[in-house]
Design a protein around this ligand. Structure first.
Ligand code: ADP
Ligand code: ZN
Length: 579
């Protein structure tokens, strides 16, 4: 704890120095500005006399309390000057006027009322700024954080059952901490949820708080970013002070990567914030029942210090929902909506590969809006279609940073998968092709592969050919290959290995059948050779297929490049026209 205070006051001292320097700088700029401007305008008293005599002066304004005067020349230029005395000037001008000089002369009570207003304004801006800085320095007293009572339950979070199970223990602990602390059991301090945006990380953290019935603090990593030195750290301190007051409780920090980036990433200021966070977490004794849950979708940039034991030492990966999870999520969000009987959530789930939980929720909301706009009582399948198209547009926009070359490569790659699939297994439906990047995937085909619980050998082989279709299309059409196919290649070789070592589909190596892990311990050269042979054969089939359908692959790729997403109907239309 001593360490913290040291950190904090050190930061404040630094801040104070910055503050003083800044004020000085501002003053200098102001003074400097004034001097330069006034120097240009200033003329000597002698010059003034000459100008007046030359009839160049339109008017003169003098002020009772000073010897400064304002001059307006006939050419509308403004000048200033200082005079020896008011009576002297008045006498001189009276004589001039008598001699026919049209000069106007006026004496005002006080010096430049307008400039006084300006000065007052400047002063109040200064005071405002100072107050602001001092408040910031004191830890941003404008930063308040209050816990909420979460009403979310585990049953509101769908499709991530295993992940929920992993976190159930935390709920048990929060409900009955004594049970754990009595026997000295090690309880988690920090849990790191890692996954794409919208996959339900916040929801899950809220569900833990809701199930345990403890207060829930929510903060965003970016609110600890350093706009002023020391602010981030002091906000962290404040957050934990509040949390400890109401413990047991959950502190949820979203987008932790914005404060916990690798120290060498050049974010020098956030280091203090990060240290503060680590110090707070290290400072917890076992009976301090604050559980910190952090979320990120950039595990890779996190400072290693944050994932060390005793800090965020439990990592839970929250995946993008697969087809089964998507259907479950849709069911949850359909609970409070009237949906027509002919809308099948199973079908929507199949058509929405790449949608996160948040996207699916959004999709049903959009559909509900369409149905209301169309004065319908129930959400129809047309409403769903429109909503899918709409959400897809949004998803496209988010990932606009992709070069035309990359886009073309993805289009060719995905067209390769699609064409090979159409040729080698025409009965398998393609629900859609997208070249909109999503998560780690550049693009995807949505094949209906759901009916293959017990895969037949022939099915597995064509599946491998389809997997190779992407890489092969790159090779044949672009004359070059990319790393984008690595996942396909991995999947294909997995299939081949399983065929050899688990299903013995090759007719040989019958003695090698066993669980994969068992098998891996004694890697068998012969089975690798067998698998390699299967891979080669099917790669070759894919190559021949693409070669024979080059024209189709290219025109499908062009269509994809233009539209970025093709629905099942559009794919069917293309097939009818081109095959
Ligand atoms: P994240 O924190 O991962 O970015 P959120 O938890 O904020 O995602 O998700 C936003 C919303 O999307 C949630 O409030 C919920 O309505 C919906 N959602 C996301 N994932 C799921 C899920 N697995 N089950 C149910 N709803 C979900
Ligand atoms: Zn691919």
């Amino acid at each position: 704890m001593n360490k913290n205070t040291g950190n904090g006051s050190n930061g404040n001292r630094k801040l104070l120095i910055y503050l003083i320097l800044f004020t000085l700088l501002l003053t200098l700029i102001r003074l400097g500005g004034k001097t330069i401007k006034e120097d240009e305008m200033r003329i000597s008293y002698d010059e003034l006399i000459t100008e007046v005599k030359d009839q160049q002066v339109e008017s003169i304004t003098a002020y009772e309390s000073t010897l400064n005067i304002d001059i307006v020349m006939k050419n509308e230029e403004e000048k200033i000057s200082a005079i020896p005395g008011l009576t002297e000037l008045a006498e001189f001008l009276r004589i001039e006027q008598e001699n026919g000089n049209q000069i106007k002369f006026e004496v005002k009570a006080s010096s430049k009322a307008s400039s006084l207003v300006v000065q007052l304004l400047t002063l109040s801006i200064y005071i405002g700024f100072l107050t602001y800085m001092i408040r910031k320095m004191n830890g941003g007293s404008d930063y308040t954080i209050k816990p909420v009572t979460s009403k979310v339950r585990f049953s509101d979070v769908a499709g991530i059952d295993e992940e929920k199970e992993q976190l159930e223990e935390v709920v048990t602990f929060l409900k009955n901490p004594e049970k754990y602390t009595k026997i000295g059991a090690k309880i988690p301090k920090g849990i790191l949820l890692n996954g794409d945006p919208g996959t339900g990380k916040t929801l899950l953290a809220k569900a833990i708080a809701g199930e345990a019935g403890v207060p829930f603090f929510q903060a965003n990593g970016s609110s600890f970013e350093e706009k002023f030195v020391g602010v981030g750290a002091s906000r962290i301190r404040k957050l934990f002070t509040e949390a400890k007051k109401v413990a047991p409780c959950i502190v949820f920090i979203d987008e932790i990567d914005s404060v916990a980036q690798n120290r060498y990433s050049g974010h020098s200021y956030s280091e203090q914030t990060l240290n503060q966070l680590l110090a707070e977490m290290d400072g917890f004794s076992t009976n301090q029942k604050v559980i910190v849950i952090a979320a990120t979708n950039h595990m890779d940039v996190l400072d290693p210090a944050i994932i060390r034991p005793g800090r965020f030492d439990r990592h839970v990966f929250i995946p993008m929902p697969d087809v089964v999870a998507r259907e479950k999520i849709l069911r949850i969000h359909a609970r409070d909506k009237k949906i027509s009987d002919n809308v099948l959530l199973t079908d929507i789930a199949k058509r929405t590969v790449g949608f996160s939980g948040a996207d699916l929720e959004n999709l049903l909301n959009e559909a509900a809006i369409y149905s209301v706009n169309n004065h319908k009582q129930y959400i129809s399948s047309e409403d769903i279609d429109e909503a899918i198209a709409r959400v897809l547009v949004g998803l496209k926009k988010k990932n606009s940073a992709i070069t035309p070359e990359e886009k073309w490569l993805t289009a060719v790659h995905e067209a390769g998968h699609a064409v090979v699939s159409e040729v080698v297994r025409p009965n398998v439906i393609n629900f859609g092709i997208s070249i909109v990047p999503r998560g780690h995937a550049g693009g995807y085909n949505v094949f209906d592969e759901s009916g293959h619980k017990y895969a037949k050998k022939s099915d597995l082989l064509v599946q491998m050919q389809v997997l190779y279709g992407g890489r092969v299309a790159e090779e044949i059409i672009l004359g070059d290959i990319s790393s984008g196919a690595s996942n396909d290649l991995e999947k294909a070789s997995q299939i081949a290995h399983r065929m050899v070592t688990r299903f013995s589909m090759n007719g040989s190596l019958l003695t090698k059948i066993g669980s994969e892990s068992e098998y891996n311990q004694r890697i068998d050269i012969r089975s690798i050779e067998e698998a390699e042979k299967i891979c080669k054969e099917n790669y070759e089939i894919a190559r021949r297929t693409v070669d024979a359908h080059k024209k189709q692959v290219i025109s499908l790729a062009r269509l994809l490049y233009e539209k970025e997403y093709l629905s099942q109907e559009e794919i069917n239309a293309f097939i009818l026209e081109n095959f």
